[in-house]
Design a protein around this ligand. Structure first.
Ligand code: C2E
Ligand code: MG
Ligand code: MG
Ligand code: MG
Length: 289
């Protein structure tokens, strides 16, 4: 009886695994066709100047409009893509799409801001990210200053020497570099000074603590001081309340990003906010390569 039960359990277990494996396979094959089916798109979330509130940049955040489903968030498919070389195609698509969007805005005579894109660990480690970036900039004739690449601490610690070399090559293109989710990784502070980055992004888990617990701003204060001491800009992520925004402004946080200022939304929404801001197109008259 026990043996029978054990076998039944075993059967149940394998059936379970099969269903799970099938779902994953479906997701993977659907994702592998997402580019050719034109199902990927970028949403843009504004980044505002800490003191004036002016929009100074935007982070491009990937979405998947899967046929038959709604909009799929990156957390639900990036980890899967990262398990194969699929992430390389998707990652290259993201960089190209951001540059294509910048070009479209410029061609339409619309105001533009710096666009930040996220890259995956595997994409960074592949060793040709600088070339992927350079090709996209060239293809769409974008001045490199309008592009920013967001990396995370985890990408830098595995092989710091190779990582520094890659960052230097990307920097040499004229592209900005920022360190995303700062404080959640395990990079040693000693390395921070060797990475040729322009800014630190305070992780939203730290921003959230402001006003939520006594001394909730302690870590934020420390990161702002550290960034400024290293001549880096500091960007707070996940700013959701006026209280957090006020606190960060008082502490001299250079830029802020979060639902308080705007959610990730289609390109047109960012463009409307920029138009409402009434700034003249900053790219007018600029010579482009
Ligand atoms: P991230 O780069 O740290 O992006 C910030 C995430 O926080 C975004 O989630 C954004 O929608 C969310 N967020 C922004 N403001 C607030 C706020 O005030 N409150 C809260 N609770 N959340 C806020 P999203 O778009 O789901 O992206 C999640 C992560 O997926 C990103 O974290 C990034 O690591 C990754 N990701 C997104 N796009 C790409 C991409 O094109 N390539 C790669 N490799 N990863 C991407
Ligand atoms: Mg990011
Ligand atoms: Mg982040
Ligand atoms: Mg993140």
């Amino acid at each position: 009886r026990a043996k029978e039960q054990g076998r039944n359990q075993f059967c149940f277990y394998t059936q379970d695994m099969t269903a799970e494996a099938r779902t994953k396979l479906d997701l993977e094959s659907a994702l592998s066709r997402a580019i050719e089916r034109d199902e990927l798109l970028l949403h843009y979330q504004p980044q505002v100047d800490g003191s004036s509130g002016t929009i100074t940049g935007a982070e491009a955040l990937l979405r998947w409009q899967r046929s038959g489903s709604g909009l799929v968030a990156p957390g639900q498919f990036i980890p899967l893509a990262e398990r194969s070389s699929l992430i390389l195609d998707i990652g290259a698509w993201v960089i190209d799409a951001a540059c294509r969007q910048l070009r479209a805005w410029m061609d339409d005579g619309l105001p533009i801001v710096r666009v930040a894109v996220n890259v995956a660990a595997r994409q960074f480690a592949a060793g040709d990210l600088d070339q992927v970036v350079a090709r996209a900039l060239q293809r769409h004739r974008i001045d490199p200053q309008w592009l920013e690449i967001e990396i995370t601490e985890g990408m830098l610690i595995v092989e710091p020497g190779a990582a520094i070399a890659m960052l230097k090559r990307i920097k040499a293109l004229g592209v900005k570099l920022s360190l995303d989710d700062f404080g959640t990784g395990y990079s040693s502070l000693a390395y921070l000074q060797q990475f040729p980055i322009d800014s630190l992004k305070i992780d939203q888990s730290f921003t959230r603590r402001i006003g939520e617990q006594p001394d909730g701003g302690a870590l934020v204060d420390a990161v702002i001081a550290l960034a400024h001491r290293l001549n880096l800009r500091v960007v707070a992520e996940g700013v959701e309340t006026a209280q957090q925004s006020d606190y960060l402004r008082e502490r001299g946080c250079d830029e802020m990003q979060g639902y308080h200022f705007g959610r990730p939304a289609p390109a047109e929404t960012l463009q409307q906010s920029l138009a409402a801001q009434g700034e003249p197109p900053q790219h007018e008259g600029r010579a482009l390569p």
